[in-house]
Design a protein around this ligand. Structure first.
Ligand SMILES: [Zn+2]
Length: 542
């Protein structure tokens, strides 16, 4: 042991505040893991690929080797199914009856939504604004006594106040209320026979035209990145669902959409509006089931009263695969978070071997299919739906997604940086974004107290047009009332390109962030009380 200079001796009591095992965390091991998990051999870990499955097997092996306990019975795998749909012959949409009948053209006037079942409906059409039933937000488009039972419901895509930072629907973030799956489930629960969705902002003769949107959802050839639905959602929907063009919606309603939009923005829809014509839908999709897995282990808490409560430390392991020419290695996104999860787990087991165990249980989760549409975060949603560990007993979620770089937003960076101010990597060299802090000031404060590592903690992007709040696996937990944070060093020009590679990772910074997450998880696991959710949440102005 070298002789310590005087100043470091004075620093020792501070170092002693580190959680047991914290000093174990090391950039060298994480770099070695990175070379494998984000190496070319893993070919970008695309959902459904052999390499993706291998990545999950490798993480399982790591969890077993360091001595974690499996979280799903005797298995480290939490299994869930995805649905992959293809257009089948026979899709049809007919407007009106008798002499005034018109056949909609597939991909020109209508297309099935990917989660629709194969089903038929023939019924009058009733328009209902945005079709949102969110009484907790004081908004219910289904409040009128006039029923949509036995009708095909026609609704707008999206949500009211989408560009209003003060909107009750999560400010400028697209809220969960705008999720078309939720909207269809609301319509179905009110007895609707089918759902038609229209996006009034589709412009004719533009890149944003309805036919180009239709072709991006249903291209002629299977796309490199497939679109999936979580089977647990797809299986609940029994009625046909299609998107229609604004032109067809106007024909159906016999009215321009602009006035209806103004009315739908102004407040909850008052009375279902009976359209001028009825409709006949026949949606035909072939479904394939793709088996998927989260990899989840835990260290059991020691306190008899607290061990049934858990803190989750997580990071998704999937990325965007490879083409014949390019590999999307996904080093920062998100081998960094998946590897830090393993490293933190090992730090816990190192401390446990010396008799230092947490009072609450700590769960280590590698989520699958975070990147995969629609909507993403499929593995984390599956966990939340299945409640493998009850959400009511989940104290907090600390999610790491992209913790290996420094945020860099070039001026005029384009749509991928939508809503973010230009900034350089040098400016952010010491910074990490904390997203989700507005949901739990308690958790935000605890993160500050755990920052013994001199990182700049930026509490931003909870109300950003970039939609950060919903773009990683903390979201399903926040949505269900569990305090959760996303640790994120930020977007950069290599994001989702073949240049997101292991040699571009800042391992010293990644180690400090992993130490912060470890420290915070330990503090939460041992604290006398748990962080609370803000009631009501104050949506920050950004
Ligand atoms: Zn990611």
């Amino acid at each position: 042991m070298p002789v310590l200079p005087i100043c470091l001796l004075f620093a020792l009591p501070l170092a002693a505040q580190h959680a047991p095992g914290n000093d174990f965390l090391h950039r060298g091991r994480m770099k070695a893991d990175m070379q494998f998990l984000a190496g070319d051999g893993m070919r970008g870990r695309l959902t459904g690929s052999a390499e993706y499955n291998l990545a999950a097997d490798w993480i399982e092996s790591r969890f077993a080797r360091i001595g974690l306990e499996p979280a799903s019975g005797s298995s480290f795998f939490h299994r869930f199914d995805l649905v992959l749909s293809r257009l089948a012959p026979g899709n049809a949409l007919e407007i009106g009856s008798g002499d005034s009948r018109r056949q909609g053209r597939l991909r020109e006037d209508f297309y099935p939504l990917i989660f629709s079942p194969t089903a038929r409906a023939a019924a009058p059409v009733k328009f209902l604004g945005y079709g949102i039933e969110a009484p907790h937000l004081d908004w219910n488009d289904y409040a009128a006594p006039q029923s949509v039972h036995g009708a095909i419901v026609l609704i707008f895509d999206g949500e009211p106040g989408a560009n209003d930072p003060k909107s009750r629907f999560d400010g400028v973030v697209s809220s969960e209320s705008s999720n078309p799956i939720r909207k269809v489930l609301w319509a179905q629960s009110h007895g609707a026979d089918g759902v038609l969705v229209v996006n009034p902002s589709h412009q004719e003769n533009s890149r944003d035209s309805f036919p180009s949107a239709a072709r991006s959802i249903w291209p002629d050839q299977p796309p490199h990145l497939e679109r999936f639905t979580l089977a647990t959602y797809a299986n609940r929907i029994r009625i046909p669902v299609a998107q229609i063009s604004p032109a067809l919606a106007e024909m159906l309603l016999g009215k321009p959409l602009a006035a209806l939009r103004t009315e739908a923005e102004a407040g909850p829809w008052k009375t279902p509006l009976r359209a001028a014509h009825s409709a006949t839908m026949h949606i035909a999709l072939e479904r394939k089931i793709v088996e998927d897995r989260n990899v989840v282990g835990l260290i059991r808490g020691t306190d008899p009263a607290l061990k049934d409560e858990a803190v989750i430390v997580s990071g998704h392991y999937d990325h965007n695969g490879a083409t014949a020419e390019q590999i999307f290695n996904g080093a920062d996104d998100n081998a960094s978070g998946a590897i830090a999860t393993i490293e933190i787990a090992e730090a816990y087991m190192q401390a446990a071997a010396k008799g230092q165990k947490p009072k609450r249980t700590v769960i280590f989760a590698s989520w699958g299919s975070e990147e995969r549409c629609c909507g993403p975060l499929l593995g984390a949603w599956a966990w939340v739906e299945d409640q493998v560990w009850p959400l009511a007993k989940t104290v907090a979620v600390l999610n790491m997604d992209m913790i290996g770089r420094s945020e860099e937003v070039p001026p005029g960076g384009g749509s991928r940086f939508n809503g973010l101010a230009p900034q350089t990597a040098a400016q952010n060299a010491n910074n990490v974004n904390l997203i989700g802090t507005s949901y739990s000031p308690d958790l935000s404060k605890a993160a500050g107290e755990a920052n013994l590592f001199d990182l700049g903690l930026l509490r931003r992007y909870d109300n950003s047009r970039s939609n950060h709040l919903r773009r990683s696996d903390q979201w399903p937990f926040l949505n269900r009332g569990v305090p959760a944070l996303w640790f994120h060093t930020g977007l950069h020009p290599d994001y989702h390109t073949p240049y997101d590679r292991p040699e571009r990772i800042d391992y010293a910074k990644m180690e400090r962030i992993a130490r912060l997450v470890h420290q915070l998880s330990w503090n939460l696991a041992n604290a006398p009380s748990r962080p609370k959710m803000a009631q009501p949440r104050v949506i920050p102005q950004e």
